[in-house]
Design a protein around this ligand. Structure first.
Ligand SMILES: NC(=O)C1=CN([C@@H]2O[C@H](COP(=O)(O)OP(=O)(O)OC[C@H]3O[C@@H](n4cnc5c(N)ncnc54)[C@H](OP(=O)(O)O)[C@@H]3O)[C@@H](O)[C@H]2O)C=CC1
Ligand SMILES: Nc1nc(O)c(N)c(N[C@@H]2O[C@H](COP(=O)(O)O)[C@@H](O)[C@H]2O)n1
Length: 226
């Protein structure tokens, strides 16, 4: 695979001890403890863009903003916008027009593919920027190249399961941070959902620490093909 100019990309995810990130309903489950939520907020504040898939937008209706006023002010002091760019990977432009990611609290980019209906794209353009790449699914390599071209250097991916899988499959992930909460969910989406990686993608353990009521593990992805 040809190498591309792209940002540093890391996935941050909260999982149960059995690796689930939600249950069968696919609704948002609070897995992180308070200490982890604060860590996540700092990670957001240190990032230039937060990326999620449309599945996460439809399930969780996330805001993807920095919650701490002090962290937002620090960003502004450093010449940045109060919040990072929000990016939704959404081939068919299904992002609801009343989704929180379109609330104007932060800039938003919706990445769609050629499959997206023109009228839906036009409606989204009223509330967000739109980037088109890919025939069916969004071309994630093109998206990362584009983000780099507009100055994004650090991307935080906040799920969900299918987007995480595709990004790993494309060799577009440098680091994976998993907060394991003290619970077993039993069924539901996991950290990366999709066909088996053959061979499995090798990871190097960078750091492991106890955090609140759970464990934080930071992994480096060794098979970077980009
Ligand atoms: N615990 C945690 O930390 C987190 C948990 N979650 C949970 O994860 C679940 C959502 O995950 P999931 O349903 O997998 O949805 P995702 O958020 O991963 O979105 C997947 C969708 O993105 C679209 N897409 C477009 N292009 C691509 C591409 N190249 N590769 C992959 N996907 C692409 C596809 O829909 P289309 O083709 O229509 O565009 C696809 O179905 C929810 O239950 C949510 O609560 C989510 C985030 C964090
Ligand atoms: N870090 C973390 N811990 C959990 O327990 C979670 N359920 C999630 N979910 C992610 O956070 C998003 C919500 O963001 P806002 O608070 O609305 O800004 C959600 O969509 C998931 O990506 N994360």
């Amino acid at each position: 695979m040809n190498s591309i100019m792209r940002p540093h990309v890391f996935i941050n995810v909260a999982a149960s001890a059995d690796g689930r990130i939600s249950d069968e309903s696919r609704r948002q489950i609070r897995i992180s403890c308070e200490e982890d939520m604060q860590r996540v907020d700092r990670l957001r504040a240190e990032s230039d863009a937060i990326v999620v898939g449309i599945g996460t937008v439809l399930s969780d209706d996330p805001r993807l903003t920095v919650k701490s006023q002090a962290l937002r002010e620090e960003r502004v002091k450093n010449g940045r916008t109060p919040n990072p760019l929000r990016v939704v990977v959404d081939s068919r432009a299904r992002t609801p027009l009343n989704a929180r990611v379109l609330d104007g609290e932060a800039e938003t980019l919706v990445a769609v593919s050629d499959l997206a209906d023109e009228e839906r794209v036009a409606a989204l353009r009223e509330k967000a920027s739109v980037f088109v790449a890919g025939q069916e699914k969004v071309d994630l390599r093109a998206l990362m190249e584009y983000l780099y071209s507009i100055g994004v250097r650090r991307v935080m991916v906040e799920g969900g399961a299918r987007l995480n899988h595709s990004l790993i499959a494309e060799g577009l992930v440098d680091e994976i941070m998993v907060y394991y909460g003290g619970m077993i969910i039993g069924n539901g989406p996991c950290i990366a959902d999709g066909p088996s990686f053959k061979p499995p993608v090798p990871l190097e353990l960078v750091r492991v620490s106890r955090l609140g009521s759970g464990v934080l593990a930071v992994w480096k992805v060794l098979a970077d093909k980009s």
